[in-house]
Design a protein around this ligand. Structure first.
Ligand code: B1M
Length: 210
């Protein structure tokens, strides 16, 4: 079994302690944080998702895997983020109302912070009112919305409408993402950008500041 397969297997079994130990050791040995993430952790979570879909595992197992993922992301964070410099701008990020999935959102946050932007994280199940308020309070330049459910992705449009109503739509870029979201959907709801993964999102967010 390769190192990445080991990482993936521990994640699938939700072995947080062993996973954190293996990832920490791998970082010390010089294995790239990005490869541990994309070739180990994200692959492992994909397998969990597939088994979940096929009723081979159920919510408790998925939850345990997700907890292990969030624990290990904290270990990877320093290696994924670049050295802190004065923030060039501010992004507000959340998972939208009705949706509790936060792993992708946490990854996007980490990667954006790594580009030198300040990120205000509103968490999960976030209402449009809370987002509008946070944009005002923080003078945000970007709003990043994550949705993992087909039932919650339409709420991204509600957020855009609420920003319009509050007279803020021209002041912020709205970026959308999450597994069911597509470029076509983003165009349909009038978002400024769709990105399929955290790294591309961070790159695009940073590009708004030249
Ligand atoms: Co849920 N879940 N889940 N789940 N879950 C999915 C999403 C699902 C596809 C599983 C399946 O059936 N195969 C399915 C959705 C079906 C659909 O709507 N089409 C599903 C379901 C049905 C549910 C429940 C309804 C199950 C139930 O209760 N019967 C329930 C809903 C709860 C709710 O939210 N109200 C539920 C619950 C849960 C858990 C709580 C058990 C747990 C979440 C724990 C947590 O997040 N803390 C969970 C998990 C873990 C998953 C899967 C297995 C993994 C999601 C994940 O973290 N992936 C997922 C299956 C799957 O996606 N394959 C599934 C890893 C993560 C790195 O990827 O989040 O896609 P992702 O993020 C990516 C990109 O999408 C992008 O960047 C990231 C990678 O770089 N991205 C952005 C994400 N957000 C972005 C924002 C941006 C830009 C890019 O901003 C601009």
């Amino acid at each position: 079994m390769t190192r990445f397969e080991e990482v993936s297997a521990l994640l699938q079994r939700g072995k947080a302690k062993d996973l954190v130990a293996l990832v920490s050791q791998s970082l010390e040995e010089g294995v790239s944080a990005k490869d541990l993430l994309t070739e180990g952790l994200i692959v492992g979570m994909g397998v969990v998702g597939e088994k979940f879909k096929n009723n081979e595992v159920f919510v408790p197992e998925v939850l345990i895997a997700a907890r292990a993922m969030n624990a290990v992301l904290a270990v990877l964070k320093p290696a994924l983020a670049q050295a802190g410099v004065e923030p060039v701008g501010t992004a507000v990020i959340c998972t939208v109302k009705g949706d509790l999935h936060d792993i992708g959102k946490n990854l996007v946050k980490m990667m954006i912070e790594g580009t030198g932007l300040r990120v205000v994280d509103l968490g999960v199940d976030c209402s449009k009112e809370k987002i509008v308020e946070a944009v005002k309070e923080n003078g945000a330049d970007i709003v990043c919305l994550s949705s993992l459910l087909t039932t919650t992705m339409m709420y991204q449009k509600e957020v855009i409408d609420a920003l319009k109503e509050a007279g803020l739509r021209d002041k912020v870029k709205v970026m959308v993402g999450g597994a069911p979201v597509t470029q076509e959907f983003a165009d349909e709801i009038g978002a400024d950008a769709y990105t399929p993964d955290a790294a591309t999102c961070a790159e695009k967010a940073r590009a708004y500041f030249g």
